[in-house]
Ligand binder design. Structure first.
Ligand SMILES: [Zn+2]
Length: 94
């Protein structure tokens, strides 16, 4: 049986996403993108991402958008590295 998973992706409009990672839980995909783009956790962009699974970024972030998609394929490995790895929490805040 295929297992539901969530794909976090980001990139430029009209292009293949620059960055893709698959997660078992939607919230992990959300936090992955929040950490990747260093979005304020309780800011409006993080809020958009949580609520809608989509956020517009911009040049400051190096990507036009970030998005989370639900997927049911049986080989989530195809979505790229990172799916098996633990999401790095920001526990070294310099
Ligand atoms: Zn998939």
């Amino acid at each position: 049986m295929s297992k539901e998973h969530f794909i976090a992706m980001s990139g430029s409009y009209g292009c293949i996403p620059d960055n893709i990672a698959a997660f078992e839980k939607r919230i992990d995909a959300v936090y992955y993108l929040i950490d990747l783009f260093e979005l304020p956790r309780y800011g409006s962009k993080a809020g958009d991402l949580r609520k809608t699974g989509y956020v517009e970024l911009g040049h400051d972030f190096g990507a036009d958008y970030a998005e989370i998609e639900e997927c049911n394929c049986s080989h989530h490995e195809i979505h790229g590295e990172g799916s098996k790895e633990e999401v790095v929490r920001d526990d070294n805040l310099g």
